[in-house]
Design a protein around this ligand. Structure first.
Ligand SMILES: Cc1cc2nc3c(=O)[nH]c(=O)nc-3n(C[C@H](O)[C@H](O)[C@H](O)COP(=O)(O)OP(=O)(O)OC[C@H]3O[C@@H](n4cnc5c(N)ncnc54)[C@H](O)[C@@H]3O)c2cc1C
Length: 534
């Protein structure tokens, strides 16, 4: 099949591209996805991401190389229609306007906040109060959560008691303060990118979606990407593209596929026994991720998810979800978010906290603790540490070597320390003291060294890897501001890997925005001034 656009990966970005590009009936679009269909009803249940995120049926389940404290971290990554948006924690955060203004200043014209805001708005169907910042009528439903618990209120009250302002919309005019999280869901059901963007386009005759199809190499001819090799059901196949190939395999697989195709650091490719078609040292470098340190605070009996998670409570919660799509199972990964500054004089918050009215002492086990508790997980929003991704071997089915390099930079340790001290002061504020809040394994009087040791031992990924096919105008940038792979024709990268710098927040909404803008760039409909006509 000879198509105009061949998209690799049906994740957050790939689903948006498939929808927007196939809207032109004259263009033939092919979407190839390694994972399977998203038919399992558990994918629609928000809190069930605790089960799906590490299930080999829906996730790549990467494991990093030994990193901070000698630990190898589990990195979930979606492997199903919808990609990571089908297994993520559903929270919807755009980031700070200065993130995007910073991208523009780093040599990415067209990506300032004013220029990307229309794309955030275009994709969105915001269910909260109308605002000039928010979009309505778009494919991606974003809702305020409806079932908050009294302990959520107490946490927000405690934040105000330590001087943080209440913020009605952190995706609006201001980011700073304490807010209720917004989630990508409609009526208590997950809005993955597949549900929002792909499903409505599936019966277009010019769009073909192939699942269970792992792309193993992009084929180049005369400096141009012309097709791909895939493995499907144990067989090798080939697909050709007469137009463009759009790599949207995510921040781990996109650099991996470029390297497998001969585009990457020359010495490394030679070491792997691969041909060097374009020596590009930037491929796989510049890896950034958020590293959060969950602090569990035990509470007197106040009705947290830990109590609701006992057998009888679970039955009630399941019934509430089955009948009304409400209650515990309709919850995102966190209820309350804090954006705060580690010190005076910052232009934008550098700390984010995720607060959930429940806890699981065994990280990622999906098992709730047997006592009432909340978890507050702060992270440094704009890490300076940089990791990298390399091939572990020339076999395309071998997972790549991931080195996150968490907390390597002094600034990251400094901000992490400040974020832990702020967390402890919130937990000690009257509204939470009143509920008997007692942090476990960590104390206000601990030394900086002890707090950092806690961070090193307890912290974990927030699943936000970005930056490994960085956009920019310097020679090490992998793609230009139109997301074209520099030095290769007919090939673009469109996913979280192109972010030059990690945004100040969660990465699903920014990735969807990237694909919205890319679709306009690709279809040639981009016009200067589009920002004004959202
Ligand atoms: C467990 C978890 C929780 C998260 N929670 C949140 C959250 O609450 N809020 C938030 O904003 N963000 C969250 N994120 C991050 C967010 O979901 C991702 O940043 C975003 O989905 C990335 O989109 P993407 O298009 O770059 O990649 P993905 O959505 O990961 O899509 C890549 C797609 O490419 C496919 N693919 C890969 N290799 C190949 C190949 N060789 N051939 C064919 N197909 C291939 C994959 O199977 C996948 O479907 C979370 C992520 C995870 C994993």
């Amino acid at each position: 099949m000879d198509v105009d656009y061949l998209i690799i990966g049906a994740g957050s970005a790939g689903c948006v591209l498939a929808n927007r590009l196939s809207a032109d009936p004259a263009k033939r679009v092919l979407l190839l996805e390694a994972g399977g269909p998203d038919r399992n009803p558990l994918i629609q249940v928000p809190l069930a991401f605790g089960l799906t995120a590490h299930s080999p049926s829906y996730s790549w389940n990467y494991r990093t190389a030994p990193d901070l404290g000698g630990r190898a971290f589990r990195w979930a990554k979606g492997k199903v229609l919808g990609g990571s948006s089908a297994i993520n924690g559903l929270v919807y955060v755009r980031g700070h306007r200065l993130d995007y203004d910073g991208w523009a200043q780093l040599g990415c014209p067209g990506w300032s906040f004013e220029e990307v805001l229309p794309y955030f708005r275009r994709s969105e169907d915001w269910q909260g109060p109308p605002s000039e910042w928010r979009g309505q009528g778009g494919p991606l439903c974003v809702s305020p959560p409806f079932d908050l618990l009294p302990v959520d209120e107490a946490f927000m009250q405690a934040c105000t008691e330590v001087g943080l302002p209440r913020n009605p919309d952190y995706n609006g005019v201001e980011q700073e303060g304490v807010s209720v999280f917004q989630m990508t869901a409609r009526n208590g059901r997950r809005m993955s990118a597949a549900r929002a963007f792909l499903r409505p386009a599936l019966n277009r005759p010019n769009l073909r979606v192939v699942t269970g199809c792992t792309v193993t190499r992009i084929e180049l001819s005369g400096g141009r990407a012309v097709g791909v090799r895939v493995r499907r059901g144990g067989e090798e196949q080939r697909f050709l593209a007469r137009g463009e190939i759009l790599l949207a395999a995510g921040a781990v697989a996109s650099p991996q596929l470029l390297m497998l195709s001969g585009i990457g650091p020359g010495a490394h490719l030679r070491e792997m026994g691969l041909p060097v078609l374009l020596d590009q040292p930037g491929v796989g470098s510049n890896l950034q991720d958020h590293y959060a340190v969950p602090v569990i605070a035990r509470l007197d009996a106040v009705g947290t998810y830990n109590e609701q998670g006992r057998p009888w409570g679970l039955l009630k919660a399941a019934a509430a979800y089955a009948m009304q799509s409400r209650g515990m199972f309709s919850s995102a990964a966190a209820h309350v978010v804090v954006f705060a500054n580690s010190r005076f004089g910052l232009a934008s918050p550098d700390i984010q906290m995720h607060m959930l009215p429940g806890s699981s002492s065994v990280y990622d086990s999906g098992r709730l603790d047997g006592f009432p508790a909340l978890t507050c997980a702060p992270c440094q929003l704009r890490p300076e540490s940089r990791g990298d991704i390399h091939l572990a071997g020339p076999d395309p089915l071998t997972p790549p070597l991931i080195r996150p390099n968490y907390l390597a930079a002094a600034e990251d340790r400094h901000v992490t320390l400040a974020s832990l001290r702020l967390t402890l002061s919130i937990l000690a504020a009257p509204a939470l003291l009143h509920l008997g809040a007692k942090p476990l394994g960590i104390d206000m009087r601990d030394s900086d060294e002890a707090l950092l040791a806690f961070a090193e031992a307890q912290g974990n990924t927030v699943y936000h890897p970005v930056g490994t096919c960085r956009m920019g105008s310097d020679t090490d940038a992998v793609v230009d501001a139109q997301l074209r792979v520099r030095g290769i024709d007919g090939l673009r990268v469109v996913d979280a890997s192109i972010m030059p710098r990690l945004v100040s927040g969660n990465t699903n909404a920014p990735t969807i925005m990237i694909a919205e803008k890319a679709a306009d760039l690709i279809a040639g409909t981009f016009r200067a001034g589009v920002a004004k006509c959202a």
